[in-house]
Design a protein around this ligand. Structure first.
Ligand code: BEZ
Length: 212
């Protein structure tokens, strides 16, 4: 199944390392990151899960719940967690779906037969509090993901959901942003009373607005 940006992220019930989860209910009013990795006891995945565990406070701070998935059973996830703690210094501190029957993988199109008939690719889905898909990424098995980038995108998504701005290339939280083209100069005067810099009529730079 192909899920497009703006679609409702499919709901499911799954067994996880933290018990049975009904996905939408578990998300509640939080943002969510659902990410898959090809297989338990594989080297790149081991580093990725350690990284996500280390960054968990950063996801919490942004009101984002994180959930991993692989097509191995629960007992394998449990045994592997000890290896992750030992080698990465951080044990998984978020639920991991045991998708042995590939129900969730199929629902989200995480199996790519050109890559492997049996393993999930490295998918990332960012889901908003409205349960709509805000971002999807697909990486090959051989390339570990950059989870700082996922946090950066979440910062952008959360900012642009609140204000009529977009974030430029390589933007980081706190840096200047762009006034979206649909806002006229007249309307921008109200929204951004501190003013902005016009580089081109379509490229207007403004300090990052702050939530009050
Ligand atoms: C890994 O996580 O290291 C990996 C998994 C599947 C294929 C290649 C690498």
């Amino acid at each position: 199944m192909t899920i497009r940006l703006g679609d409702i992220a499919p709901d499911f019930t799954a067994e996880t390392t933290e018990g049975t989860i009904h996905f939408h209910e578990w998300l509640g009013s939080s943002w969510g990151v659902l990410f898959s990795h090809p297989k338990d006891f594989t080297p790149v995945c081991t580093t990725e899960l350690g990284t996500v565990a280390r960054l968990k406070p950063e996801f919490d701070r942004r009101n984002v719940k994180v959930i991993g998935l692989s097509v191995d059973p629960l007992d394998a996830h449990g045994r592997w967690a000890a290896d992750i703690a030992e080698t990465q210094g951080h044990a998984p501190n978020f639920p991991m779906i045991a998708d042995a029957d590939r129900k969730v993988s199929d629902l989200y199109g995480m199996i790519h037969p050109n890559a492997s008939d049996t393993m999930t690719v490295r998918s990332v889905f960012i889901i908003g509090p409205d349960k709509k898909l805000k971002l999807s990424l697909t990486y090959p098995a051989s390339t570990g993901r950059n989870f700082e980038e996922i946090l950066r995108v979440i910062d952008s998504l959360q900012l642009t959901a609140k204000f009529s701005v977009a974030t430029p290339s390589d933007w980081k939280n706190g840096e200047d942003v762009i006034i979206v083209p649909s806002v006229s100069d007249e309307a921008a005067k109200e929204k951004f009373p501190g003013g902005w810099k016009t580089l081109k009529p379509y490229l207007r730079i403004v300090p990052q607005p702050r939530s009050s």
